[in-house]
Design a protein around this ligand. Sequence first.
Ligand SMILES: Cc1ncc(COP(=O)(O)O)c(C=O)c1O
Length: 391
Amino acid sequence: MSDFDEAWRRCLEGLEQTGRRRRLRDVDRLGDGRVDGGAGPVLDFSSNDYLGLSHHPVLIERACAYARRWGAGAGSSRLVSGNLLPFGAIEAKIARGKGAEAALVFVSGVQANVTLLPALLDARVLGGEPLVYADRLNHASLIQGCAAAGARQIRFRHNDMGHLEELLARDEVLARPRVIITESVFSMDGDCADVAALAALAEKYGAFLYLDEAHATGVMGRDGFGLAHGLRNALVMGTFSKGLGGFGAYAACSGVLREYLVNRCGGVIYATALPPAVLGAMEAALDMIPELGAARERVAEHAARFRAALAAAGLDTGASTTQIVPLILGAEERALDMARALEAEGFLAVAIRPPTVPAGTSRIRFTFSAGHTKAQVAALSEAVVRLAKTL
Ligand SMILES: Cc1ncc(COP(=O)(O)O)c(C=O)c1O
């Protein structure tokens, strides 16, 4: 064992002692909304496959067809010889769906956020050090993107447009570029940003808006394309890995910005392009989502019923209004106990703890899918309400 391993081991021991060591668990996804982690199948209430598209035969068939036609891998970055034919059609469909001039596909949501932000926040290009206003509950990849850009974040209170405006107004005298960074649906709280208010503030203070629609894409907004449509002076990113059932990410923006990113964003320049099978699933999902209104309604109804059952029992689901419903339990141990008890009853719903969420707000993050049935949601609600009384 090297001295280095000794350092990593000490770190792991520290995590173990504080109960924060994470472990990968092998699971078999059974394709019908159940997963088997070795102790028998349980119903999955924790994945982001909101429309159940990950196992949809149309996506699988298109993925296979693209792999047969173009191979298992793209072979190189898009700028070298990997800009395969499907990219053009996929990006045109995204741009149309988002009401944007252009779109650009990325390898994943994390990779997009971590590499887009350094390109966008480049002080030499912007002509000054940008002032970066970030929601306090932004996803880790947005925070990492800002860190990679060397930008100091000015954090505004979660979804608090009054606070954001106060900060923008305070800094109005400074002749510096301004950028607002936030999410449209928050991944751990399931609440929505007021996109119209954000766009209005951005316009009023001459700020650029960077909006992450990872959890809105496929599930909310016009034709299921998310809550933002036709924004100016904005980059709206989203993922194919959640509601769209596959993998990868997109940025919708102006045509000039797209060209700038092709030239200045490391995640485009240096990364091998996505494999053809992934592009096939992407394009099939984009073709399908406008037609999935009934599935979107089913997801929203499941979540609303669950929230109502928990609220009637006096349980705290925070500010959730979407398919993501947290049960906020506070102490880490309580969240872990609840997750274990639910699994013993046949439901997979994972405990989320610091540093993913703020200290004292450990929770179970439930997510709903069009594949769930009313009876399954009712059974989950009954179990959660009953177990919450004893834990
Ligand atoms: C808000 C947000 N942005 C980005 C990502 C990353 O997306 P991906 O899983 O496609 O890398 C996630 C994933 O959980 C997310 O919740």
